[in-house]
Design a protein around this ligand. Structure first.
Ligand code: NAD
Length: 499
């Protein structure tokens, strides 16, 4: 199965061996320098495709095209026309969804058979949800508070040219989450996917070409963060950056975007606590916490990488999670049974194994995994076995830093106040999980946790209508929901003298 996926007719038509190009101003074009780079399948180490490597000049051309489209015919599209664009796009994504999943499995190592979100239904519904918003972006009629001969109203207007930069761990999802609100609000967009996860966003842009939008409404550039990403964040022609990625890059983007005070939204890293009380349904809690850190080899921003377990059930929980770690299916991400795929690259492999070594050196004990997998075909890819650490202290590096690998640290606790304090002992504030049969306890702890999302007796739920953001160093602004729209809109106040 795995070896044949790239020979499926639609995939082999896309991966036809010809270099992939940028989409700029409605045309597929090579890099201005002619430079290309290769992307590989992280499950096998084999070459997959050659892509155009973006230059600063390519960025200038894409931003100019997006600006011209923003000021041109796209600005005359009515809200209902933008709604229909998104609805037609949703239908195309519905039909092509399996291809997007295969490309993410081959290119970015995202397991094809296990999708903790609703997959196709969820992704297509994101487009339909924002299609609905296109006709509902209303301002307000305001009677001024002070004695005043005037009447005022507000209108919401698109911010302009948006550059969307995102990582490789869920490429087609990020592209969709960023395209949908941008198009609903009337912005134009330049997509910059990660070097290691550009194929599904490129395929998505082929679908967008079928919509016959004015050229330049949607552009895509492939290449490095250090050239394409930096040029976009510094560019005076970009009005907003929508970024998903690491906290360090998010900080660099805030600094680089100061030149024209771009609107910046950031979805960043995490070190999310997943908290299991003794009264939890243990089967659910073990599976939920385990999948939150092992699925996609832990390369998930929301990964529950610190599992706090009430002392009364600590030993039993550890035993059960260790069994799960030892039995969960690790393998080629194109195989339908795989839950834990490869790490994205050799660099990421070195990073994760470095954390494993330093964790042991600091005194943590490994009960499962803890090493690179080199058996048979797995040795050609970048696999690390699902790992369970115990004897972890809150101040150890493995308990403080985002590893982005399948590495669980299990820490005992005694009281709710104690676990709330320890869960918040991190610079991050992305997600948290609570497992308990006592709903009052869940509400109380949910209030105490300083994270943008709290999941109770579940982990990793998403919905187009529910906002998704981070506290502290985990982000600024939101994806999904009504909340994300404000970041794509300016509010203009108009005063009318009624005398
Ligand atoms: P990264 O920050 O290195 O790269 C992300 C994107 O930014 C890539 O497209 C890259 O080319 C680009 N980039 C790199 N340097 C840049 C720069 N100086 N200026 C502009 N663009 C630049 O992230 P990564 O390590 O590839 O991805 C993993 C990180 O992403 C983890 O920290 C993870 O938690 C985070 N993430 C967050 C969310 C969320 O929703 N909060 C979702 C997924 C991943």
């Amino acid at each position: 199965m795995a070896a044949t996926l790239d020979r499926e007719p639609s995939i082999s038509a896309f991966l036809d061996g010809r270099p992939k190009r940028h989409l700029i101003n409605g045309e597929w074009v090579a890099s201005s320098s002619g430079a290309t780079y290769e992307t590989i399948n992280p499950s096998t180490g084999e070459s997959l495709a050659v892509l155009a490597e973006c230059t600063v000049e390519d960025v200038d051309r894409a931003v100019a095209a997006a600006r011209a489209a923003f000021e041109g015919r796209w600005s005359t599209f009515s809200p209902a026309e933008r709604q229909n664009v998104l609805l037609r796009f949703a239908d195309l994504v519905w039909d092509a969804y399996a291809e997007l999943r295969v490309l993410d499995a081959l290119d970015a190592g995202v397991p094809i058979g296990h999708d903790p979100t609703l997959g196709r239904e969820f992704m297509v519904e994101v487009l339909r949800y924002y299609a609905g918003w296109a006709t509902k972006l209303h301002g307000q009629a305001i009677r001024p508070a002070l004695p005043n001969p005037c009447f005022a109203y507000t209108v919401k207007e698109p911010v302009g040219v948006v550059a969307s930069i995102f990582p490789w761990n869920a490429p087609h999802s990020f592209a969709l989450w960023k395209l949908a609100p941008a198009l609903a609000t009337g912005c134009t967009i330049v997509l910059k996917p990660a070097e290691e996860g550009s194929l599904s966003p490129l395929r998505m842009c082929e679908l967008i070409q079928e919509l016959d939008l004015p050229p330049g409404v949607v552009n895509i550039l492939t290449g490095t963060g250090s050239t394409a990403g930096v040029a976009l964040t510094e560019h005076p022609g970009v009005d907003k950056i929508s970024f998903t990625g690491s906290t360090a890059t998010g900080q660099a983007i805030v600094r680089a975007s100061a030149g024209n005070l771009k609107r910046v939204t950031l979805e960043l890293g995490g070190k999310s606590p997943d908290i299991v009380f003794a009264d939890a349904k243990l089967d659910d809690a073990v599976l939920g916490t385990g999948m939150s850190i092992f699925w996609n080899a832990g390369q998930v921003c929301c990964a529950g990488s610190r599992t706090f377990v009430e002392r009364a059930i600590y030993d039993e929980f550890v035993e059960r999670l260790t069994i799960l770690a030892n039995t969960v299916k690790v393998g080629d991400s194109s195989h339908p049974d795989t839950v834990v795929g490869p790490l994205i690259s050799h660099r990421q492999l070195d990073r994760v194994t470095g954390y494993l070594e330093r964790g042991r050196a600091e005194g943590a004990r490994t009960l499962a995994g803890g090493a690179r997998l080199t058996d048979g075909a797995l040795g050609n890819g970048y696999f690390v076995s699902p790992t369970v650490f115990v004897d972890v202290r809150d101040d150890m590096e493995i308990a403080c830093e985002e590893i982005f690998g399948p590495v669980a640290s299990i820490l005992p606790f005694d009281t709710m106040d104690e676990v709330a304090r320890r869960a918040n002992l991190t610079e991050y504030g992305l997600r948290s999980g609570i497992w308990t049969s006592d709903i009052g306890k869940a509400h109380k702890l949910a209030r105490l946790l300083r994270t943008g999302v709290v999941w109770v007796n579940t982990y990793g739920q998403f919905d187009p209508a529910v906002p998704f953001g981070g506290y502290k160093m985990s982000g600024l602004g939101h994806e999904l929901g009504e909340a994300s729209l404000d970041d794509y809109l300016n509010v203009k106040s108009v005063w009318i003298n009624t005398e």
